[in-house]
Design a protein around this ligand. Structure first.
Ligand code: SF4
Ligand code: SF4
Length: 156
């Protein structure tokens, strides 16, 4: 869920004053820290339900900006891309990255110090080394049979 994010004109610490389902669209989108980790391919163990991350990125993810290169029309290319909303967070939170703001707030946790909403700097997520910048491999060049070789620990 990585898009160009407009964080101008937002009420101070709005996420601490309203529940997730009361946020407006701009507030909801501003919660995304731009880490790009939800755009990595995951492997899920069918028996245990355990989810692990790989460094194999979605074909539309830009490895440097950590943004989706076709966000408004992404479903033409990646129909399975999730549109995260307050009413489907219960279903998806379990596989979201541990540092994902949506997951953290859903769990009742605060945002981390490096979150761009707190630093006012979209680069702070990269400076904190919790984004995928510079370490993904291409889905096009990595056959699915090889994904297990690219399993990683989530940067937190
Ligand atoms: S993991 Fe969460 S915070 Fe990071 S890009 Fe995805 S939606 Fe945004
Ligand atoms: S299409 Fe791919 S890169 Fe774009 S938001 Fe969805 S998972 Fe991320």
């Amino acid at each position: 869920m990585t898009n160009q994010i407009n964080r101008t004109g937002l009420a101070k610490r709005f996420w601490e004053k309203k529940p997730l389902h009361k946020l407006n669209q701009q507030e909801w989108e501003a919660l995304c820290d731009g880490c790009g980790k939800c755009c990595l391919n995951k492997l899920e163990d069918e028996d245990s339900g355990e989810v692990v991350l790989t460094r194999v990125a979605c074909r539309l993810l830009d490895d440097q900006s950590c943004q989706c290169t076709q966000y408004p029309i992404r479903h033409q290319f990646v129909p399975e891309c999730i549109v995260l909303k307050p009413d489907n967070l219960d279903t998806h939170a379990y596989w979201m990255p541990q540092t994902c703001a949506y997951r953290l707030l859903w769990q009742g946790n605060p945002l981390p110090d490096w979150h761009p909403l707190l630093t006012q700097d979209p680069e702070s997520v990269h400076a904190a080394e919790v984004s995928v910048r510079g370490w993904t491999v291409s889905e096009f060049e990595t056959p699915i049979e090889e994904w297990e070789e690219h399993i990683i620990e989530e940067p937190t």
